[in-house]
Design a binder for this molecule. Structure first.
Ligand code: NAD
Length: 332
């Protein structure tokens, strides 16, 4: 039995890296979760299914294999599952570099999919809160570091970033017109167990263990605000449960980062230490669409959400490596 305080929450992208961790935490806390994901093959479908298998072991989890851009299928799901009061919208085509190779899924999933979500939340009775994922990539060519929510975001340098900035603008228009609570979260390079195989930590680990060379872009002169998955889940849920107001002119946007940017070389050294092996490095120029440095100012999330990241890069990478060693099948 769920308690009187438990809620019914829709998590989209539930078979994805962050969606899986968010859904799992919510289920562990006694909530009912409706998960939606289209299980696309951008990366290992088996990894997505194995995440889902864990969620399906909880009694109060219901999964729908759906495309969030399919408004009729989504409408049917809402009808079957009502009342859903909260949404964590994470389904998206992620990845900066892939958006230069195949741009269409970015518009389909990130723009049309988000449109469907905004429109459908609008009609739910007693609806309480839509929280959606944006990204540090929206800061694009913004020259001042660390990135603050109030900084200019008019210069996205990849289509991925442009679709996520479009989400922020679309959300603002719905918030203005229909006055239901919406919160956007700009996530900074999330990593950890059950992570995404297209991200550098996964790729580097695989290559180092196989004795292969790793590609180090911009000759290693890059830095990121690497943020551990459990900290991100804390931040997402703090935002979700924050008593939502529709009074301010703009819907709230928060940076969720780690507040401690690390150079790419430090990141690689921490990984070498955790693996007990040195990497063979192939230094390459900057890739189109890549931001050289990301660094978050998380003061706003600290004050308003009580967000406080706890896991440093050495601990986080060690946790990832521990997990990876028993889950190497996903990068075949
Ligand atoms: N991981 C990061 O470092 C990071 C950083 C910034 C923002 N984000 C954002 O966080 C969210 C989650 O990212 P992630 O790292 O977990 O990525 P992920 O690819 O692991 O998860 C996204 C999930 O959404 C699903 N999906 C994609 N298109 C869909 C569609 N049209 N209909 C239904 N499901 C669909 C995918 O199958 C996948 O399981 C995304 O919105 C992403 O843009 C992630």
């Amino acid at each position: 039995m769920t308690s009187a305080l438990s809620k019914k929450i829709l998590v989209t992208g539930a078979a994805g890296f962050i969606g899986f961790h968010v859904a799992k935490r919510l289920l562990e806390e006694g909530h009912t979760v409706v998960g939606v994901d289209n299980l696309n093959s951008y990366y290992s479908v088996q990894l997505k299914k194995d995440r889902l298998k864990q969620l399906e072991s909880f009694e109060f989890f219901q999964f729908y294999c759906l495309d969030v851009a399919d408004h009729q299928a989504m409408e049917k799901m809402w009808q079957q599952e009502k009342p859903i009061t909260h949404v964590v919208h994470l389904a998206a085509q992620a990845g900066v570099r892939y958006s230069l190779i195949d741009p269409y899924p970015y518009v389909h999933s990130n723009v049309t999919g988000f449109m469907v979500m905004l429109e459908q939340c609008r009609y739910q009775e007693n609806f309480e809160h839509l929280v959606y994922a944006s990204t540090s990539s929206v800061y694009g060519l913004n020259p001042s570091l660390p990135f603050k929510e109030s900084d200019p975001v008019e210069h996205p340098i990849s289509l991925y970033a442009a679709t996520k900035r479009a989400n922020e603008l679309m959300a603002q228009s719905y918030y203005h017109l229909y006055r239901y609570p919406i919160t956007g979260l700009r996530l900074f390079t999330v990593y950890g167990p059950w992570g995404r195989p297209d991200m550098s930590l996964f790729k580097f680990t695989k290559a180092i263990l196989a004795g292969e060379t790793i590609d180090v872009y911009n000759h290693g002169q890059m830095s990121r605000d690497y943020t551990y998955i459990s900290d991100i889940v804390d931040g997402i849920l703090a935002a979700l449960w924050r008593p939502a107001s529709v009074e301010p002119r703009e819907h709230p946007l928060y940076n969720l980062g780690n507040d401690q940017k690390q150079s790419l070389m430090t990141f690689i050294e921490a990984l070498e230490e955790a693996l007990g092996r040195k990497a063979n490095k192939n230094f390459l120029p900057l890739q189109p669409g890549d931001i050289v440095e990301t660094s978050s100012d998380i003061q706003k999330a600290k004050v308003e959400l009580g967000y406080c990241p706890k896991v440093d890069i050495h601990q986080g990478i060690a946790e990832f490596v521990e997990w990876y060693k028993t889950h190497t099948i996903y990068l075949k």
